[in-house]
Design a protein around this ligand. Structure first.
Ligand SMILES: Cc1ncc(COP(=O)(O)O)c(C=O)c1O
Length: 384
């Protein structure tokens, strides 16, 4: 048995489809933007492994690089040359990144960014906004010691008053950890307040670009919206499905990592580094972020048209063009929407983001919109 659920919570069948039964539960394989479930049935996918894949499943350049890494033995007693190569690419391409360290998951990398900030500032308290993963320091779940929970203050997105209150001028806050997009873009006032609070307090500003990194271009969400970059955290798109995440940023702040203990046996196995190296080269060669912005806008605007037509089903489209979802009027309706889409052969996230990829052409997006529109139309004409 597998108690609970191993993968990210958003892939739980109930998270995807509620309590419905006639929906895909497990999958066999994926290619481009299509997946085949355990019955061999083909589905069009717009969740893209919750944003972990931006080039399409099984992208040939990534596949080839990974096959070479496998043939090269995967891991050994010394750090691989590939680590330097990927670090160099990141430092050259991403503004403000002068040094990097590699990790396997987003939560691990954000936790490392916090450790680095604590060492750099000699302070302990952290202020967080958005989702950072399951680790103790970011969670109030059962089993997290109260003393750990007291080391963090969580504030709502775009809430300038809460931010100012959470970060006093007493030199106690080590890091302000911000997810830059939560249900929509940050307000101008929020970005200005985050930057001003960082400068006033001396806290390290960590921009968690796990979802936005690469996807929004080399400058990420911090560049698009104007957040200062002390440290950024990348993951998801960087590995196109392979487990790799990065903390990068200001040279002096990154140097603090040498005064603490951050260590992981498989942090530099070749396969994920090779995948990241290939992904970065595809982003260098092709205008991937430009493509995601264009097809993403097509999806976002199409969903917006649906939302503004069917008020009985959905209130609005949430997110930004690169990742978005339909905010349904209630949970039961969102369950019926996702179930209806699955019946149409479309895996469509109901209450969290859908992500376009390089494999989503304008034609594919129109196909998705047609299927979603048909389902929403039938829900509107057949209320529960
Ligand atoms: C903004 C952000 N930070 C951190 C994480 C955690 O990443 P992981 O699930 O790889 O630990 C996620 C995961 O969705 C995320 O969206």
């Amino acid at each position: 048995m597998i108690p609970g659920f191993t993968s990210t919570g958003s892939k739980r069948p109930e998270a995807l489809f509620g309590d419905q039964r006639q929906v895909p539960q497990r999958m066999l394989r994926a290619k481009g933007c299509r997946v085949w479930d355990s019955d061999g049935r083909e589905h069009l996918d717009v969740t893209m492994a919750l944003g972990a894949v931006s080039l399409g499943y099984g992208h040939p350049a990534v596949q080839q690089a990974v096959e070479k890494a496998l043939a090269d033995g995967v891991v050994g007693p010394l750090s691989p040359v590939l680590e330097l190569q990927v670090a160099e690419r990141l430092c050259v391409s991403i503004p403000g990144v002068e040094g990097v360290r590699f990790f396997k998951t987003g939560a691990e990398a954000v936790a490392a960014a916090v450790r680095i900030a604590r060492v750099h500032t000699g302070r302990e308290m952290i202020v967080t906004c958005g989702y950072q993963g399951w680790h103790d320091m970011f969670s109030n779940s059962a089993g997290v010691p109260a003393v750990v929970q007291r080391g963090r203050c969580e504030i709502p997105f775009n809430d300038v008053g809460a931010l100012r209150e959470a970060v006093p001028n007493d030199g106690s806050v080590a890091a302000i950890v911000i997810e830059p997009v939560v249900d929509g873009p940050p307000s101008r006032e929020w970005v200005d307040a985050v930057n001003e609070t960082r400068a006033r307090s001396g806290a390290v500003l960590v921009i968690d670009e796990i979802k936005t990194g690469l996807r929004l271009g080399w400058e990420g969400a911090s560049g698009r919206y104007g957040f200062h970059r002390d440290l950024i955290v990348l993951g998801k798109a960087l590995g196109n499905g392979f487990p790799i995440a990065v903390v990068g940023g200001d040279r002096a702040i990154m140097q603090a990592v040498t005064r603490t203990w951050i260590s992981s046996t498989l942090a530099t196995e070749f396969v994920s580094l090779a995948a990241a190296d290939a992904v970065l080269q595809v982003y260098e060669r092709e205008n991937v972020a430009g493509h995601l912005a264009v097809v993403g806008r097509r999806l976002y605007e199409g969903l917006d048209r649906i939302a503004s037509t069917y008020h009985a089903v959905t209130r609005a489209v949430k997110g930004i063009p690169e990742f978005c979802y339909l905010d349904c009027v209630d949970d039961a309706t969102s369950v019926r929407l996702a179930g209806g889409c699955a019946a149409q052969g479309l895996i469509f996230k109901r209450d969290a983001y859908n992500f376009v990829s390089l494999a989503h052409t304008a034609t594919v997006v129109d196909d998705i919109l047609q299927r979603v529109g048909d389902v929403v139309d039938s829900l509107a004409s057949r209320p529960a």
